[in-house]
Design a protein around this ligand. Structure first.
Ligand SMILES: C[S@@+](CC[C@H](N)C(=O)[O-])C[C@H]1O[C@@H](n2cnc3c(N)ncnc32)[C@H](O)[C@@H]1O
Length: 315
């Protein structure tokens, strides 16, 4: 796979490092047939450029190499834990408190140079399913928001990827980012704003959705919750809480997983219908949906096979 180094210099550098450090993952990302690398390289360039903004040449190289290392560790961890899940039928953890102690509050996982958030950020472009979800976010969610000054609440800000994308379409967004992890909030702030102080219309809250949101009833025009539902003990309660703060007609971008392992996954969905049922019970209407198997030969209707799920919901 040839990457135009003039058009995509940082993406090319990332792929060089990946090729050198872990050829198997380079090959998997590059020769993935479902969404060709040529389509994903622009997003990889954008993410990498944001990641190294404001750094000098040496720091840039170290930052890109660190992100690739995170991607490798996260991908290998997935493969190992997925084998374990397929053997035991259970996720590793059963409660939010342990996930917080082992992962969200651990520097080696969620810190600026920890493997988890750095890996997740590159996966946004390198994993075809995550890339397809970004397209859904851009084309069916971000473009749907009322203007000007939409009120948007995100739960689980993580890397800041979705927030950054939102801000590029709606620079005047009145945004509240909620995350149980101070480390994630710090990572997100730095990814999106660098060292620049936060504008008045942006707020972060370090809290768990499981203890309820501080936002008022029907106060939000739009909601985002990417890859959080599988991290909480009561996902039905979280979907109802999101419903409470949404104004009538609000849109909600939701992603989660079916039977896909990670070090901090708690709630196991066995198929896409179980997600649809929870969503419908909380009152949401599914406007657009993608159910994408991890393994190319699987189909979206299967049980107990790893899949990524994304939907644009409407109240
Ligand atoms: C796997 S990351 C996903 C990040 C990002 N939303 C994405 O789609 O890439 C999960 C995020 O949810 C946060 N999180 C986990 N449990 C949470 C909870 N109960 N309340 C709020 N945030 C939570 C984690 O700290 C982490 O930032």
């Amino acid at each position: 796979m040839h990457i135009d180094r003039n058009a995509f210099p940082q993406a090319a550098r990332i792929m060089d490092i990946l090729k050198q450090k872990m050829f198997m993952l380079y090959k998997a990302a590059t020769f993935e047939p479902r969404v060709p690398m040529a389509e994903r390289v622009g997003l990889l360039e954008q993410v990498a450029t944001t990641l190294i903004r404001g750094l000098d040449a040496d720091q840039r190289e170290a930052r890109l190499a660190g992100a690739v290392q995170g991607y490798i560790e996260m991908s290998l961890e997935f493969l190992k834990l997925q084998r374990e899940l397929e053997r035991t039928g259970r996720y590793l953890l059963a409660d939010e408190r342990t996930a917080f102690e082992n992962v969200y509050n651990r520097e080696g996982a969620y810190g600026q140079s920890g493997y988890y958030l750095n890996g997740l950020l590159l996966a946004q472009a390198l994993w075809p399913n995550h890339f397809s979800f970004w397209r859904l976010f851009r084309d069916r969610f971000a473009s749907q928001l009322p203007t000007p000054t939409p009120r948007v609440l995100e739960v689980g800000v993580g890397t800041g990827f979705h927030f950054g994308e939102l801000l590029s379409v709606h620079p005047d967004v009145r945004y509240t980012g909620v995350d149980v992890s101070q480390k994630a909030v710090d990572y997100c702030r730095r990814y999106v704003f660098g060292e620049t102080p936060l504008p008045d219309h942006i707020h972060f809250v370090v809290d768990s959705i499981s203890s309820g949101l501080s936002a008022g009833d029907q106060s939000q025009d739009a909601l985002v919750m990417g890859e959080v539902l599988e991290h909480i003990e009561d996902p039905a309660g979280a979907l109802r809480e999101m419903w409470r703060v949404a104004r009538p007609g609000a849109v909600f971008f939701l992603t989660t997983v079916v039977f896909a392992a990670a070090i901090d996954h708690i709630y196991l969905f066995e198929n896409a219908d179980q997600i649809r049922d929870l969503v419908a019970h909380a009152g949401w209407h599914i406007e657009n949906e993608l159910v994408l198997p991890v393994y190319p030969r699987d189909t979206p209707d299967m049980d107990r096979r790893p899949m990524n799920y994304a939907a644009v919901l409407r109240k």
